[in-house]
Design a protein. Sequence first.
Lengths: 323, 242
Amino acid sequence: MTPEIQARNLIKTFGRITAVDDVSFMVHSGEILGFLGPNGAGKTTTMRLLTGYLRPDGGQAVVCGTGMSSDPVKAKSFLGYLPEGAPLYPEMTPAAFLKFAGAARGMKGSRLSDRIEEVGDLVHLTQVWHQPVETLSKGFKRRLGLAQAILHDPQVLILDEPTDGLDPNQKAEVRDLVRRLSRSKAIIISTHILEEVDAVCDRAIIINEGRIVADGTPAELEALSEYHNAVSITLSSGRENDLADLLGKLPSVRNIELSDEGNGGKQILVIPEDGRAILHEVARILGGGGFEVDGFRQERGRLDEVFRKLTTGIQSHRQEGKP
Amino acid sequence: MNIAPIYRREMKSYFSTPIAYVFIVIFLLLAGVFAFYVGGFFPRGQADLETFFAWHPWLYLFLAPALGMRLWAEERKTGTFELLLTLPVSMGDVVMGKFMAAWTMIGISLALTFPMWVTVNILGDPDNGVILLSYIGSFLMAGAYLAVSACISAATRNQVIAFVIAVSLCFAFLLLGFPLILDFFRPWMPESVVAVLGTLGFLQHFQSIIRGVLDLRDVLYFTTFIALWLYAGAWVVDHRRS
């Protein structure tokens, strides 16, 4: 199966700055790709190259088999795009705006009006149907931008920070919608909210200074964390230092972090060497020493820590040091 | 060709904001003031519309850039530029759709000056052929002003700058055949080029039309001028994307 979206060695420079530096990836139908990176890393520029707003200085974007530079009108017809900040015409009403977007995409008659109604229901816009966009709240504007992007039921959906500025309920709603849409589409979402990646994406790319620094499933990315397979133990017995000493003697343990939980509780975080599984060894020590434990959990890894490690080169330390 | 959606959106935007109404009212007011007070329509005692049309080049000098300045500058400011350029519509269609809508606005304003035509027909027996020709000439010239303004609007996101530059450029084209402008080129351009430039002003071509001389070259001049500036506008839009 050919991938719906192909970025092939994309390069974009602005003056002396290389905003996108040899970026390649593919997205297949049914897949949601999360696009992560600090501000200014090149997320938006990459999306603009994929949607044909900007022309690459090198490489090419291919959408559903059509090269963006060889036949832009055809390639764009497969795309739904929510640009950064969801720009809209302030004087238009949602109804008029969607009619325009549909007409520009060659939809007309009852097919267009039925679809407008359907999409309006889907993103809950109908209550503001005839209000000018400039009077709408941020949440409604974002939803209208989204409605415009999905109106023609495109095979490819590119959403630049679709949940930015929404309240938690609206965020959850948009994520649900994206997940529902993903069955028959290839979707790219850019975000700097890391929970979003876990919540919606099948795969994530971390981009930094124009380059891809990681590409994998959320679980694979979490495995890059130094907290991957770490074991956290909560106890209130006051013997936390004894336990930390015992655990620190294990050869597969690299580091132990001790912190206050409040209410006299202590948390011990046992960090393994190279992400090794140490759950059983730790459990044996707990049992052998007769420690009374309130909580015992294996960590999957922390995306925020991986993100920081990959985009700043600095490792996060919560640190007490190995005793 | 997929001009219609862009054209309709622009027209809707003119009429859902005060732009359309303010523009039409001011246009009619100024056209009347120029013809009656400045041009001396009545004292002249002739049943023709020459005093009315003679002021159109000066009327358009400010009104066409006012209409044209927002065409692209506003899209850039609101960010809808990005939306527009990622729709499956060719650049030519977008440029044409926007231009045609603005041109229609001037066409509507011009059509609403019909009481002038009714008046001269009541007062006397004018040459209606010349009047029709003058209307067509005026409309064509308005298109030329607009095409320049649209191109300048594409080059900046600041509407004030777009307006000021467009007015200056239109002024230069208006008076291109006159010493005021030609003296500027003479010192550093070959005389033959200056001579050609001298034939490219709006005013000569427009004046020959409103005198009732139907010369295809005048029509060709304006249509070519519009086409070239629209092409230039499309090029600017294409190359100033971010």
